[in-house]
Design a binder for this molecule. Structure first.
Ligand code: SAM
Ligand code: SF4
Length: 329
């Protein structure tokens, strides 16, 4: 098991497949000038499958989430999913994506064994989408979402980040649209992982703001606490249910005590937390011929050092050096 000194057990693995992206969301990437990971530093498809295999068969991981950067930009994605679906025990697999290109690959991903997708979409307004992502691809995302639902990658979840002055008035509209389309909407509080290091707690849209805004149009009833488990999203039944909306309040209502995550970057570093400032190298061990047991030992050791919390409330908090796109959200 991947257990830490606080007794938490990591069963949910986030794997970043690339640090590259076809959008430039302001809260995640700079407009230009970001240094990409060098190709030889990236894990190969075989290395990724081997590490996921070790996590699943030796370390008790049951959930695998592919992310990035934009994971659909990884040419070998369908093959990676297919090979992971053959692992025993078979992990549940999902993908966090901006949805661009999903129209072409949703069916193949489903057929390869992917269970679900989370598609990130912050706005229903094309011009606001362009202001947030610095690209004109709003239609592609909507088509990708539609294709995911048709392919059976369900429940399709939609992740939305609200930014002051851009889309902070859109929460009820987004929820009405998600309910009508059969998507499960989750709002994510903006976290200090932007490359400009411009995040300010005072200016952010909080879970409280989001709920207040939703309540102008919907009745929200909190879901039973035990249904949340270690899931980061707190969920509310909308107008009595069964539809739900979630809020991931990483900043104002952190869920570190129940965290069950371990993370692998595209260049083979284990991170114990989004906000960790330390990483543990598995790529070096892989490439120097270490056997599975040794890699499992290194992974366990890394998780043993997991801190109690994100440290966001600590006056000495320092943002990680990598922006979100290079950590894997
Ligand atoms: N490119 C894919 C996507 O956008 O879904 C996967 C990677 S992205 C880093 C994963 C998620 O992190 C997205 O839902 C995105 O909105 C979210 N995200 C990125 N930067 C963030 C930040 N600073 N605070 C909160 N969420 C953030
Ligand atoms: Fe790309 Fe996702 Fe980051 Fe937006 S949030 S820049 S889509 S990695």
């Amino acid at each position: 098991m991947l257990i830490d000194t606080y007794g938490r057990v990591a069963t949910d693995l986030r794997v970043s497949l690339t640090d590259r992206c076809n959008l430039r969301c302001t809260y995640c990437m700079p407009e230009e000038g970001l240094q990409w990971l060098a190709k030889p530093d990236l894990l190969t498809d075989d290395e990724i499958v081997r590490l996921i295999g070790i996590a699943v068969t030796e370390l008790g991981v049951t959930e695998v989430r592919f992310t990035g950067g934009e994971p659909l930009l990884r040419p070998g994605l369908v093959g990676i999913v297919e090979r992971c679906a053959d692992l025993g025990p078979r992990p549940r697999m999902s993908l966090t994506t901006n949805g661009i290109g999903l129209q072409r690959t949703a069916q193949a991903l489903h057929d390869a064994g992917l269970d679900r997708v989370n598609v990130s979409l912050d706005t229903l307004r094309p011009e606001v989408f362009q202001a947030i992502t610095r690209r004109k691809r709003h239609d592609d995302v909507l088509r990708g979402l539609d294709a995911a639902r048709t392919a059976g990658l369900t429940p399709v979840k939609v992740n939305a980040v609200l930014m002051p002055g851009l889309n902070d008035d859109e929460a009820p509209e987004l929820l009405a649209w998600a309910l009508e389309s059969g998507y499960e909407l989750r709002f994510i509080e903006q976290m200090p992982l932007d490359p400009q290091h411009g995040w300010k707690r005072d200016g952010m849209i909080t879970a409280g703001d989001i709920l207040a805004s939703l309540r102008t149009r919907f009745t929200l009833t909190p879901e039973e606490e035990d249904e949340r488990g270690s899931a980061p999203a707190e969920r509310w039944l909308v107008d009595g249910g069964p539809a739900r909306v979630g809020v991931i309040a990483s900043v104002t209502r952190p869920f570190c005590r129940a965290c069950d995550r371990t993370r692998l970057t595209a260049d083979g570093q284990v991170r114990t937390c989004l906000f960790a400032r330390e990483e543990s190298d598995l790529r070096g061990a892989l490439r120097s011929g270490a056997p599975d047991e040794e890699i499992a030992r290194l992974w366990r050791l890394a998780m043993w050092g997991k801190k109690a919390g994100s440290g966001l409330d600590d006056p000495s908090f320092l943002q990680p050096d990598r922006p979100m796109s290079a950590i894997g959200g």
